[in-house]
Design a protein around this ligand. Structure first.
Ligand SMILES: [Zn+2]
Length: 164
């Protein structure tokens, strides 16, 4: 799905999109629902809204796949044309607010945009369940490595107590 920048401008510089389609994440197609509000101020386009869906994630501890439900808020800024040539493609306008540069591109790729939002927000160290920790060989290996880390000492104590 694409939205044309001129179409947004011709629509009083604002545009609303309700997205309900599948997108490809890691070779799987997942249904997504998103609401996106586009607003153009001179050379800047703001995109606000949210995206919801369910993806399959692999648990870092038991290595089983499970459904992960997410709902992410969106607030992104794009420059329609390079603000200044010396700026890199993405730079910070305020702390934590990055702006991307469309470099005059008229067709805005909604699928690519949502893919980026989701992959940036998904957890790196996904654990299927808080109780997953004691399940199997993986966790024994994990604890063996964790023994070298003083912050993990608490887990050693838990295991020892349970054996008693
Ligand atoms: Zn697990």
């Amino acid at each position: 799905m694409y939205v044309n920048i001129d179409e947004i401008k011709n629509n009083g510089n604002s545009y609303y999109i309700s997205f309900d389609d599948k997108i490809n994440i890691d070779e799987n197609f997942y249904p997504l629902k998103a609401k996106l509000y586009f607003k153009i101020y001179d050379n800047i386009m703001e995109i606000k809204g949210n995206v919801k869906g369910v993806v399959k994630l692999t648990c870092n501890r038991c290595l089983k796949e499970s459904d992960y439900k997410f709902s992410y808020e969106i607030k992104e800024f794009y420059a329609l044309n390079s603000l200044l040539e010396k700026y890199p493609e993405e730079y910070e306008i305020k702390e934590g607010n990055f702006i991307n540069d469309l470099n005059g591109e008229k067709e805005f790729d909604i699928n690519k945009f949502l893919y980026e939002i989701i992959t940036i927000n998904l957890p790196n160290n996904y654990v299927c369940d808080i109780n997953c920790i004691e399940n199997n060989e993986n966790i024994k290996r994990y604890l063996k490595n964790a023994n070298q880390d003083p912050r993990m000492a608490i887990f050693k104590e838990i295991i020892v107590k349970e054996k008693e």
